[in-house]
Design a protein around this ligand. Sequence first.
Ligand SMILES: [Zn+2]
Length: 162
Amino acid sequence: MNASTVRYGSLRIPLPAQRAIDEAFAYLARDPVVRSVIERLERSRVGHRIAIDHRHDDSYLPWSHTIRWDPTSALRTTDGGRQSPALGLAHELDHAVESERSFDRLQAITITRYDTAEERRVIAGSERHAARTLHESARRDHDGVSYRVAGPTKRYPSTGSG
Ligand SMILES: [Zn+2]
């Protein structure tokens, strides 16, 4: 038996990560664009899953329809701004919800600063929209430096002894 999973429609999540994912989803749902991405993913004919990572490796693996997400990895943007782990999850969810044909086509197009047209679609689209709604920093490139925070919606490193 695999570790227990919970299903949100066609989206499978690991039970131990349910609380972190619920917290991220509740926060992200304040933005209508990301809320729509989440709803489309849950209703998708293709089953997706979220796998938890602890090495700052937020990514989407299209061949296995797997979203890898580190719930305590925040991002320092090129401009010196900050993005929460939840916004990083939103970014990967948008890759996942894109049709495979469109994903492959846009990934094959190289774009300055954004690496690919698919990255620009996500960063300049849902990510930027959600950043405004949630008062986080927007990006103008596909870059940034990861750092640790205490939880999915945090943007500042936890301080104190601990
Ligand atoms: Zn991306």
